[in-house]
Ligand binder design. Structure first.
Ligand code: FAD
Length: 462
């Protein structure tokens, strides 16, 4: 039971899984403890009530700029389970479709020119205003830590339509928080690293298999094959410290587990309960933002695009299963609404009706189809709300307690609360734990290199 040479990782979400990978890669034994029955944390799936296999509770996508997530997938042999969509499909308020494709042969950020020009729902003046807005955001060197994205965009005179039909859907879906609440620094990061930095930065990476399969089985099996001892349904209730105050293990209902160090990779509320002296539980700047997924099962396939951003509507994104997915139920699609605070308390049937009516507006096949089943799932604290000033309270991986390290998408990664942020946090915590134990550390995965033109525009600082 007690293996003092090992590191215990608490939490089997992407942060914990990435930490476990980085530790075993450094030759350190790992025991991973997860409270739930399966791994993957918030990147989870449920059983299709119609018998169509696993369905993601909410569609997750990554971007080309997510280098740590991509690196983990590559090394675990999961890259082929991710589809790369170079073309972003926008559908304007008038139903017009815009296929926005960056071009690889132009130096970034000029690769975005066709993407911007491709937005048919904008006039030439609006496209120019948008491009200039992006440039101004990139050129900001001293970002006001108290400014929100909405206030800044209004302050520089971005047209209302450009804010509502570009900045709002793009930033809200990337950051999971509404434009009037997100900090300017987080918005700048999305635009610079997610769009301007590199010609592949804005690629959309869409899992081809459910997250429960991708992370809960394939990634977990890969780690288990590398001797990570994984225990699910094992809730850690307290940490164990030695008489010098060092973290030396954990306590679960099954008993005490000793370790050389502990990485706590659980969400901030759970971490505040487990480590009340270390996590600022009462700090109201650490707060969650909701995301809602509306699952729709029609009697036939109705969505003829791999994905679409529906701008100026309640529905924000729609996804359909990959045509190559033999298991997915035909006729299934999912609508995602980020920062869905405004829907709280809304009538569920009314929301489904609104979303179906919006889809019918832009996908004619919906009009002749029968909706067989609908399910609405809201995670009220889906992601950390990246409000102005939040970075000042996101904790570092290294704590004041020797042998205790923190990971999770909410820690100080410099990234929004995403799969990429979670993976980075896990690697960073593992690197700190390796240093503590005197073992060689794997270090961090480099970002996509910024083009010379982007460096000129946005500088090199992240
Ligand atoms: C609806 C929704 C949509 C999202 N969409 C996207 C997206 O499109 N792209 C993207 O990049 N990100 C998205 N995210 C965010 C992404 O899911 C998270 O950033 C990421 O999964 C967080 O990983 P984590 O390991 O930090 O935390 P979690 O995934 O929360 O994992 C923490 C784990 O710790 C376990 N745990 C908690 N307490 C204990 C304990 N005491 N003992 C043992 N185990 C414990 C939990 O059960 C959980 O499994 C979305 C999130 C949600 C909810």
């Amino acid at each position: 039971m007690a293996e003092p040479g090992r590191v215990i990782v608490v939490g089997g979400g992407l942060a914990g899984l990435a930490a476990a990978d980085a530790l075993v890669s450094s030759g350190i034994g790992v025991t991973l403890l997860e409270a739930r029955r399966s791994l993957g944390g918030r990147a989870a799936s449920f059983e299709d009530p119609r018998g169509g296999g696993l369905v993601d509770a909410c569609q997750h996508v990554a971007m080309g700029c997510c280098t740590a997530f991509r690196d983990l997938c590559r090394r675990a042999g999961l890259s082929s389970a991710l589809r790369t969509d170079r073309t972003l499909w926008f559908i304007g308020p008038d139903g017009r479709r815009s296929a926005c494709t960056p071009v690889g042969w132009l130096p970034a950020p000029l690769h975005l020119t066709p993407l911007l020009l491709g937005m048919r729902h904008f006039s030439l003046g609006e496209r120019t205003a948008l491009a200039l807005g992006m440039v101004r955001l990139a050129r900001l060197r001293a970002v006001d830590p108290t400014a929100t994205a909405a206030a800044w965009l209004a302050g520089i005179g971005q047209p209302e339509r450009v804010i509502r039909l570009f900045w709002q859907p793009v930033l809200e879906s990337a950051l999971g928080e509404s434009l009037d609440l997100v900090g300017l620094a987080a918005a700048r990061k999305v635009i610079v690293d997610g769009f301007l930095a590199h010609s592949q930065a804005a690629d959309l990476l869409v899992p081809l298999v459910p997250l429960g399969e991708l992370l809960g089985h394939r990634l977990a099996d890969w780690l288990a094959d590398r001797d990570v001892a994984i225990h699910t349904e094992r809730t850690v209730t307290a940490l164990r410290f030695d008489d010098r105050g060092r973290a030396r293990g954990v306590i679960t209902a099954e008993g005490v587990l000793e370790a050389a160090a502990v990485i706590v990779a659980i969400p901030w509320r759970a971490a505040a309960r487990l480590l009340p002296e270390i996590i600022p539980a009462a700090d109201e700047r650490l707060t969650g933002s909701p995301i809602t997924a509306i699952h729709l099962w029609f009697d036939r396939d109705v969505i003829d695009l791999p994905h679409a951003v529906l701008v100026g509507r309640t529905s924000q994104w729609v996804f359909r299963p990959d045509p190559a997915d033999a298991v997915a139920e035909p006729g299934y699609c999912q609508v995602v609404i980020s920062a869905s605070r405004g829907l709280r308390g809304a009538d569920r049937q009314q929301l489904v009706d609104t979303v179906v009516a919006e889809l019918a507006d832009v996908f004619p096949a919906v009009r002749g189809a029968v909706l067989r089943e609908a399910r609405v799932i809201t995670d009220p604290t889906a992601v950390l709300s990246v409000r102005p000033g939040v970075d000042a309270v996101r904790p570092l991986a290294t704590t004041a307690v020797p042998g205790l390290f923190l990971a999770g998408d909410w820690t100080a990664t410099g990234w929004p609360s995403t799969m990429e942020g979670a993976v980075r946090s896990g690697r960073t915590a593992a690197t700190a734990a390796c240093r503590f134990l005197g073992a060689p550390a794997v270090g961090v995965v480099p970002d996509l290199p910024r083009s010379w033109l982007t460096r000129l525009l946005a500088g090199t600082a992240r």
